[in-house]
Design a protein around this ligand. Structure first.
Ligand code: SAM
Length: 229
């Protein structure tokens, strides 16, 4: 089925607002409804991609709570917390680790307008000591109720929307795709518009075909390649 021009415009409008410099790193968060709700919040805010460190042999699983957001926010899987933290730091990200302690700073008092990653911990234990030791800033969402902590997906949403609020106030939310790392816009748009063709191109080791102004593939593909999106 060919892509409708209206659908193509919508894909572009969403991609144009994606922010490659805002992300989350989930350390052993593994309940499907939590991972799914987190990805849904990432999509709502405009996060380009998310990260999870999972226990050996445990694949991150999602459920219907994600509402399909996993198609739009890839969840990159890692096996070592310190390794991925160092990698993100090397990429210029500032790492904000959620920590329910008196030493942590109220999350509203930090600046998330620069490249920022929020670290969220496991449902039962929170972030590991190793992760806490490597964060740039420990933050907390102040709690005044009887219960000590929020659900991890709720905490993620609060943090992401605060980052979005700050970026909107500073006029830093991308509107024309400038939040996408250089050289990736066209390939991401192609993958969003034609995931099956993109997968086929990857298997075949060939570049994605060009799209015309209305989002149609301007190349004749083998009949066996499905054009569904
Ligand atoms: N007993 C755990 C602890 O002390 O960290 C509680 C874990 S909590 C249910 C799961 C995750 O949600 C935490 O690791 C943190 O990432 C996030 N979280 C929950 N409440 C939070 C709060 N008030 N401020 C910041 N993050 C919070």
């Amino acid at each position: 089925m060919p892509l409708l021009p209206r659908r193509f415009e919508r894909l572009k409008a969403v991609l144009n607002r994606r922010m490659g410099d805002l992300s989350v790193l989930l350390e052993q968060v593994d309940k499907p409804h939590n991972l799914s709700a987190i990805l849904r919040s990432c999509d709502a805010v405009g996060v380009l991609e998310a990260h999870v460190v999972s226990l050996p042999g445990r694949l991150p699983t999602l459920n219907c709570t994600a509402k399909g957001s996993e198609k739009w926010v890839p969840l990159h899987r890692h096996s070592s917390t310190p390794a991925v933290m160092r990698q993100l730091k090397d990429q210029g990200f500032r790492l904000f680790g959620t920590h329910l302690s008196v030493d942590a700073v109220d999350y509203r008092h930090c600046d998330y307008t620069g490249p920022s990653v929020f670290l969220l911990g496991a449902e039962k234990w929170g972030l590991s000591d190793e992760a806490i030791g490597l964060v740039d800033q420990a933050i907390v969402i102040p709690m005044v109720g009887m219960v000590q902590s929020l659900n991890v997906s709720v905490a993620t949403a609060a943090l992401l929307f605060e980052a979005l609020r700050q970026r909107e106030a500073a006029g830093l939310v991308p509107t024309q795709g400038e939040g996408i790392p250089a050289g990736r816009y066209d390939s991401l748009l192609f993958e969003w518009a034609y995931p099956q063709v993109a997968a086929w191109c990857q298997r075949e080791g060939r570049p994605y075909p060009a799209l015309d102004g209305e989002g149609a593939i301007s190349e004749v593909l083998p009949r066996t390649v499905k054009l569904r999106y």
